[in-house]
Design a binder for this molecule. Sequence first.
Ligand SMILES: C[S@@+](CC[C@H](N)C(=O)[O-])C[C@H]1O[C@@H](n2cnc3c(N)ncnc32)[C@H](O)[C@@H]1O
Ligand SMILES: [Zn+2]
Length: 288
Amino acid sequence: MLPSSIKFLRCVRCGAKLEIDVFLSEKEIIEGILECKKCKLEFPIIKKIPILWDDFTKYLSSRRVLGGKLYTSVHSQKLKSFVKSSLNAKDNDRSSLEVKWSKIYQNSKNSKFYSAIKNNLSSLPSSKLVLEHGCSIGIMTSHLANSHELVFGVDRSFSALEFAKKQFKDNLDYFVADSLNPVFGKMQFDLVLALNVLEIIEPLELLESISKQITKGYFIISDPYDFDRGPNSVKNPVDESLLRANLINLGFKISPSTKKPSFIPWNLKLNARATLKYKVDFVIAQKY
Ligand SMILES: C[S@@+](CC[C@H](N)C(=O)[O-])C[C@H]1O[C@@H](n2cnc3c(N)ncnc32)[C@H](O)[C@@H]1O
Ligand SMILES: [Zn+2]
């Protein structure tokens, strides 16, 4: 974590500012604990990545393999005990699934989808503060840091952010967090991205929550509308027109070039013999 990021972070439970106890640092904070003095919640920083989850035990309960890895990898004793005390509960484990998907994104970063989005974003003005939700390994987040002042990426997958953090830029930082939680409090962003996340993060809630992060600025959204995910499906899926209608209701104007649905190819290489071929819709929305 960049030392300068602390001023942007808030307690996900009560919105208070966080205080930091640093155990290991170089140019970035490698290990430490962020604390909310008000509700006594603590958030660990491990391998330079803050985990801003309301309940760390719950986060690890569905990632016990990751929990074991974090426990052996941390150096400071205080953080070791913190991870250990959170390693009790047990749910279905997501660790290997998250490792698998971060590898799929690494193998798919040359998909034409990303160059098409980069191309579309090149016409936007340079922003002071940018946020990408569900940024995964940071393909777009890192690109945006080349032309915008300060860029943040949020994802619930520690494995994905571990890969993203391999590339250091002094205006780029990543946080493990749930996009529906107010990790940045009432902070306003000039540009927010949510690419291909509507199947996983409840769409209407996400749109509403992102709308609160933009008073004046751009919202870039893409999606393949692949909502049929059995018991894991979101409650309220959207389609091309519902997405646009919801954005308009929230006070956004849709850019003329994206009023009509598009079908941008997004190929995900699952393994040497299988590729998932999506055609995704793309919207540039703006509040002036
Ligand atoms: C389908 S991937 C899209 C990745 C990237 N945006 C792209 O288009 O290449 C969805 C990402 O959202 C993340 N994610 C899922 N639910 C989340 C949540 N509630 N909060 C934050 N990130 C979440 C996943 O870990 C995953 O990296
Ligand atoms: Zn708090």
